[in-house]
Design a binder for this molecule. Structure first.
Ligand code: NDP
Length: 332
């Protein structure tokens, strides 16, 4: 078995030395367990937080522990009713070539869609978009939504669902190619390259042009310069689902807190932090609604697949600063 373990706690952005590539015997399943040969595993921004020692909404990884993550793979051996050798399954396999998991922590995949979609558009990121847009975004036809990291699995899905609900959708993405993708593949009405602006003020001018009626929903994925640019454009009664602050995952801060806080007050904004795992009981309804839409091509998705488990650390580090185009996946 091959695996990537946490070797050291990062300071700021992780570096390759924070990870260790290790080999060992393939684990053996016991009663009620399943042995999975992992074909693909997911790389997600939240994993950066698990590398820290600081308490968060979920437990930290221990040093030496296999990096956390969802995977998909083929069942090699099973002692669980309903899960047979050869089935494709998904579960929290970690960054590893093999995993032994209890049967009740695995979901058998059907073949109506590619197995890797269970990691992105039909997995945790897609569910985040589907559930939190409804609960915290409360979209209404004719409104305007702005979202950064717009071509990632969360952003691209939020954008398409908001568009289908009749909103004007404005993407913020890193680079001209991602902006083209946002418009052409994910149907955004406008897309702005945040790299083209040195400061929040100039980014705000471009955003104001793209949002002639102001902003009703700012889906917060990044924080940083984007947050500072969007807040003054918010309409009274606007909603800000706070999903992530990736611009600050490696450190950094804003000196605009007094203005941002005042905008929340004067514009009577609803700012809601959420952790999608609190909503997990809604996951079956999400799959029922979204699987056929993805299978029919009504909801587009894009995967960025890197081959080789040993490349997971560098791929992960790159993703945190925009090196990915689409859902980041490792082909083990
Ligand atoms: P992505 O695949 O979109 O990858 C992250 C993207 O963030 C990068 O590609 C980059 O896109 C963008 N980014 C990185 N640094 C900056 C920066 N300084 N300024 C602007 N953009 C930046 O990620 P996901 O779709 O998986 O996740 C999106 C967000 O949602 C993350 O913040 C994540 O933590 C959060 N999340 C939260 C959940 C919850 O329960 N609250 C659940 C799932 C995700 P680009 O090159 O276009 O700038």
């Amino acid at each position: 078995m091959r695996r990537i373990a946490l070797a050291r706690r990062p300071t700021g952005l992780p570096v390759p030395e924070d990870f260790a590539f290790e080999t060992g015997p393939v684990p053996k399943p016991e009663a009620d367990q399943v042995l999975v040969e992992v074909t693909h595993h997911s790389l997600d921004p939240y994993m950066r937080g698990r590398m820290d020692d600081a308490g968060s909404y979920a437990a930290s990884l221990a040093l030496g522990e296999t990096m956390i993550g969802q995977g998909v793979g083929r069942v090699l051996a099973s002692d669980v009713e309903g899960i047979a050798e050869g089935d494709m399954v998904t579960g929290m396999t970690g960054w590893a070539s093999h995993a032994v998991l209890p049967g009740n922590q695995l979901r058998v995949l059907d073949d109506s869609v590619p197995a890797t979609t269970a990691l992105g558009v039909l997995g945790m990121p897609g569910f985040t978009a589907w559930k939190a847009l409804e609960v915290y975004g409360r979209p209404k036809a004719g409104e305007t939504l702005v979202i950064a990291a717009a071509t990632g699995p969360v952003g691209a899905t939020v954008g398409q669902l908001a568009k289908a609900a009749g909103l004007r959708t404005v993407a913020i993405a890193g680079g001209a190619a991602k902006c083209t993708l946002a418009r052409d593949s994910f149907g955004f009405d406008a897309a702005i390259d945040h790299h083209a602006f040195d400061d929040a003020r100039s980014l705000r001018k471009a955003l104001a042009q793209a949002c002639p009626d102001g902003v009703d929903i700012y889906w917060e994925n990044v924080g940083g310069k984007v947050l500072e640019a969007v807040m003054p454009l918010m309409n009274v009664g606007g909603r800000v689902p706070v999903c992530g602050t990736i611009a600050w995952y490696g450190g950094g801060s804003s000196d605009k807190l007094p203005q941002i806080w005042r905008t929340i007050l004067t514009k009577r904004l609803s700012v809601n932090g959420f952790i999608i795992f609190d909503h997990w009981d809604g996951f079956p309804a999400f799959l029922t609604d979204m699987t056929p839409r993805v299978a029919k091509g009504e909801i587009a998705y894009l995967e960025d697949i890197t081959e080789g488990l040993e490349n997971a650390p560098e791929t992960f580090i790159a993703m945190l600063t925009g090196g990915n185009t689409g859902k980041t996946i490792i082909k083990v």
